[in-house]
Every structure is written in structure tokens, then in C-alpha cells.
Design a protein around this ligand. Sequence first.
Ligand SMILES: C[S@@+](CC[C@H](N)C(=O)[O-])C[C@H]1O[C@@H](n2cnc3c(N)ncnc32)[C@H](O)[C@@H]1O
Length: 295
Amino acid sequence: MVNVVNGESFWWYITLQAPKGHEEVLASLAEASGCLGSEDTSRGENAQLQIYYRSSKDLGAWLERLSGLMDCWPEVSIRDMGRIENRPWHTEWMDAFPPLNVGNRLTVMAPWHSEGFSPSSGRIPLYIYPGSSFGTGYHESTQSVLSLLERAIRPGDVAADIGCGSAILSIAAVKLGASKVYARDLDPSVVDEALHNSRDLNDIPPEKIAVEVGDLLKGFDRKVDLLMANILFEPLCEMLPDVSKVLREGGRAIFSGMLIAEGEEFKKLFPSAGLKLVDEIHCGDWCGLWAEASS
Ligand SMILES: C[S@@+](CC[C@H](N)C(=O)[O-])C[C@H]1O[C@@H](n2cnc3c(N)ncnc32)[C@H](O)[C@@H]1O
């Protein structure tokens, strides 16, 4: 159960997941990391624990502390992270996702705010139901990919969205001109939400976004013009050597889910992966990188 901490307008959260039977391991990791409290959010085959931290420190500092403790537990992984307003979430949560302009062309919002949206703003709306999948658009790592995507995408691009969560990046790619997106995620529970967001809330024709369960680029046998991946530093490093194999000539890749210092390390790996840096962006503590296949 979460304690109420006076004087802090929001908390950080990090969600851990592991195979069933590891509930006590997750609880011990939470306790040892200095959290405020935690909540069991287990679903399906996985044990899942949402862990709350004080906002007086950066999320990166908590993440570093928790990741250090996780080294001994390879079965445990981070599912998602973000911030939660310190207020009665269960009654006010629908107000917590007001329209938010991202980049120069996009506005993300929960579907119940669509009536207030003005098409005359010239912005493209992305309607995302704030369910349990990561990707409402309010996280700075998502925003960094969306901002780079606006500039990196070309009409008719075939794209891949690795770690799609809510499918927000796939939806944005199609609305910005992609002809097809292959979206995949390690977590099977995101598939229904990704399809609901793309088909029901954003009217994307079913053939334009395919959602599948998959681990990074393992078994991915298509060629794409654009790859988007907002995951975390470690899985991004694991995937990087495979990226240029799935990019068509002149293909582009956008990466995020890294803190700024991690981004510095990550881009040093580009030359050996057949990529060159085109641009980078910092949103809060988070870093987005746009790379291109080197010719
Ligand atoms: C930070 S969220 C990004 C969600 C969304 N793409 C966005 O930009 O907001 C990371 C997603 O990557 C997924 N993920 C984590 N490890 C993965 C892996 N090895 N292969 C595929 N997806 C993975 C998680 O389940 C989660 O949905």
C-alpha cells in the first residue's frame, strides 16, 4: 500500500516484472531500493510490482539504484516507469491526461478530450487510452521519439516499432505518412490495447499496423525504411547489431529509453553497427537519437 507523502506533488514509479513465483524477490528488491511503497499489479503469466519513489531525487537515480540490485536476478526486468501525481488517482485520473502538444505537429490526448480538440490548430491528434501499456505520450522518452519522427519520416515509409506498448509511435508514424508499421512487444498483454488504440480510437485501417509479440528483432524477417525503438539502454544495446540488417538502403532508426549519459555511450556503438548519427534531442533527463544506415 502506498503512503501519502505531504509536500510532493508527484511520485516516480518503476514497474518490475518476473515469472510467477518471484513475488518475494520483487518485494525484496523494492524494499532494498528505498521505495515509498509498492503495489502488486500482476497479470497473466507474470508477477508484476509497481514501485513508488520520492520525486525529490531524479528517476535516473532510483533507476540506477534498482538496476544495481537487479544484477543478481536475470529473470527480473523493468516493464515501465514514469510519474504519478500525488492525488486521489482513482477519482481524478481522467483529468490527468489533458491534450499535450509534442514536437511541431502532434497533440497526444486521452479519447475523452477529443471534443475539445480543434483541427484548425493544424496539429495531428493521437488518441491514446491511458491503460496499463506504456505509451500515453506523457513520458519524455516517448516525446523525444515523436519529435524526431516528425523530421525523420518520409511518405510511404515502411516502419518497425520495437517495444510498441500502446502503439503510440506506430499511430504517429501512419498519421505522418507511413504506409505500414510492424509493431512488436515482448509483453503479450499490450496487443489488445495497441489494436484498440490504433483501430478504434484513431481509425487506422487494420492493414496499416500489424501488432505481434516478439523479442527485439529476433525472428524479424522484413526490411523497413524506418525503425523506432523506445525501450531501455540494455535491450537497445542487445538489439543494435541487428538494426542495419533490417534497414533498407538509406534507412533510418530512432532510439530512446536512455538517460542522457546512456545515450552518449550508445551512440559510440553506431559506427560498428553500420550506422551514423543524424540528430539527437534531450527531453528532461531522456535522450532520443536519430541514426541512418551508413553507405
Ligand atoms: C518504454 S515502453 C515504450 C512504449 C511506446 N513505444 C512509447 O514509446 O511510449 C517500452 C516497451 O518495450 C517493451 N519491451 C521491453 N523489452 C522488450 C524486448 N526485449 N522486446 C520487445 N519489447 C520489449 C515493454 O514491454 C514496453 O511496452
